[in-house]
Design a protein around this ligand. Structure first.
Ligand code: TXA
Ligand code: MG
Length: 348
C-alpha cells in the first residue's frame, strides 16, 4: 500500500489537504495523526470493518478496547447513552484536552470498539489538527496510539513512519507531540468521584482542585496478578517496552550514580542510562540520554517515549534510570517507566 504523507502546520492548517485525510476516514481507511498526547491511528468509530483494520495493522489484542475521539460535545450523543449532564463539569474543566472518560455506550457503537463491553472511552482532543480532522470527517474517530502493539507510543512523525509506513492510507506529519504520554483515563463513580485507570497530564491534583474525590486504581502502580479482574484491559498488556531490559533505581543522587556506574562496569552487555538534564557527565556509559528536568515534568513526559525509541536504535541491552516522584504529572511518567521496566525497581 502506498501511504500518503503530508506535513501540516497546526497553526495554519491547510484545510484542503486535511480534507483528503478526513475522506480517507469516512471511506473506511486508516489515518495516523498527531494529538497533544501521542500520535493516534484513526478509523471511523461507526464502521466495524475499518476498526478491524486497526487491530490487524497494530497486531493489537482484540480484548483491548479503543478510545473514540470527538471534535465537540455534540458528537458525544452518538456514542454515549443517557444524560451526559452529570459529567458536564468534567467536560467544562478538561475538554478539549488529555482526558478520556469511560461512559455507558450507545447501541450504535460497534462491539469491536469496546471489546464487547457496555462502556465506551471518549476523548475530545485539543490538538488543532486532530480536532479539525474529526470535525471534517463528521464522525467519531477511534484512535489507539499509532505504534505496533508493545512498542513505545510515537510522539513524532518519524516514529509513526517506522511502524506504519505502507500499512495505512495516510500519515499526517504534525511535528512533535507536546505532552508525550497518553491521556488520563478515568471512570466517573457517581457525580463527585473519579477513578483513574491510567494517569496522564490531567493529574489527580487537577481533579481535586475541581471538587472531585480521586481514587487511583491499584494497578496504576502495581502489576496485575494472574487472573485478577481489571477495569481497563490496557493494564494487562506489556506496554511501552524498549527492546533493552530496563531497571528503575530509587535512592539519593550519590547512591544512584554510584550503583548505576558499578553496574555499567561489571556488566557484560552494553548498558545505557536515561537521566535528568545536566547529569550526563556523572555516568560512565557512552549511551546516556538526558530526557528533561524533574522540576518541569512536562519536559520528561514529552521526551520519555522518544528517548526509549532512541535506545532501540543502539546496541544497548540494559537501561538504567532513576524513579521520579509519583506526584502530579510524575504519576503518569512513573506509571509508564514501571511498565517499560516490567516493574523492575531497586531501592538502594
Ligand atoms: O492519549 C491517548 O489516549 C491516545 C491518543 C491517540 O488519543 N490514545 C491511546 O489509545 O492511548 P490506546 O488504545 O493506546 O489506549 C487506550 C486505553 C487502553 O488502556 C484501554 O484499555 C483503555 O484506554 N480503554 C479503552 N476503552 C475502555 C473502556 N471502555 N473501559 C476501560 N478502559 C478502556
Ligand atoms: Mg497504546
Amino acid at each position: 500500500m502506498i501511504t500518503q504523507i503530508d506535513k501540516i502546520d497546526q497553526y495554519s492548517i491547510d484545510v484542503k489537504i486535511l480534507q483528503q485525510y478526513a475522506d480517507m476516514l469516512t471511506n473506511g481507511n486508516l489515518v495516523a495523526f498527531p494529538t497533544e498526547t501521542v500520535y493516534g491511528l484513526g478509523a471511523s468509530a461507526l464502521n466495524p470493518n475499518a476498526v478491524a483494520k486497526i487491530f490487524e495493522v497494530k497486531n493489537r489484542p482484540s480484548n483491548n478496547p479503543l478510545i473514540a475521539h470527538i471534535s465537540d460535545i455534540d458528537m458525544l450523543k452518538i456514542l454515549v447513552k443517557g444524560s451526559v449532564l452529570d459529567f458536564k463539569r468534567l467536560f467544562d474543566a478538561f475538554w478539549p484536552g488529555a482526558l478520556t472518560i469511560v461512559l455507558p455506550k450507545q447501541d450504535v457503537v460497534p462491539d469491536i470498539v469496546t471489546a464487547n463491553g457496555s462502556t465506551v472511552a471518549v476523548r475530545c482532543p485539543s490538538h488543532p489538527i486532530a480536532n479539525e480532522l474529526i470535525r471534517l470527517s463528521g464522525i467519531p474517530i477511534v484512535a489507539p496510539s499509532a505504534n505496533l502493539s508493545g512498542r513505545p507510543s510515537p510522539t513524532c512523525f518519524e516514529h509513526v513512519y517506522e511502524d506504519l509506513n505502507s500499512k495505512v492510507s495516510g500519515i499526517i506529519d504534525g511535528g512533535h507531540c507536546e505532552i508525550g504520554i497518553e491521556s488520563t483515563v478515568i471512570v466517573p463513580v457517581g457525580s463527585n468521584i473519579v477513578k483513574i485507570l491510567r494517569p496522564g497530564a490531567i493529574t489527580p491534583e487537577m481533579f481535586e482542585l475541581n471538587g472531585y474525590k480521586v481514587i487511583v486504581d491499584e494497578h496504576v502502580l502495581a502489576p496485575v496478578s494472574d487472573n485478577s479482574p481489571v477495569e481497563s484491559p490496557g493494564m494487562l498488556f506489556k506496554h511501552y517496552a524498549p527492546q533493552a531490559s530496563m531497571q528503575l533505581v530509587r535512592g539519593n543522587d550519590t547512591d544512584v550514580i554510584k550503583y548505576i556506574n558499578a553496574e555499567i562496569s561489571s556488566s557484560n552487555v552494553k548498558c545505557g542510562v536515561l537521566c535528568f538534564d545536566g547529569e550526563k557527565d556523572a555516568y560512565t556509559s557512552e549511551y546516556v540520554i538526558e530526557y528533561g528536568n524533574p522540576n518541569d515534568p512536562i519536559t520528561l513526559s514529552k521526551n520519555l517515549f522518544y528517548a526509549l525509541r532512541c535506545f532501540d536504535k543502539t546496541s544497548v541491552k540494559q537501561i538504567y534510570t532513576r524513579v521520579i516522584e509519583p506526584k502530579g504529572l510524575g504519576l503518569g511518567i512513573y506509571n509508564r517507566l514501571l511498565r517499560a521496566a516490567s516493574f523492575n525497581v531497586i531501592a538502594l
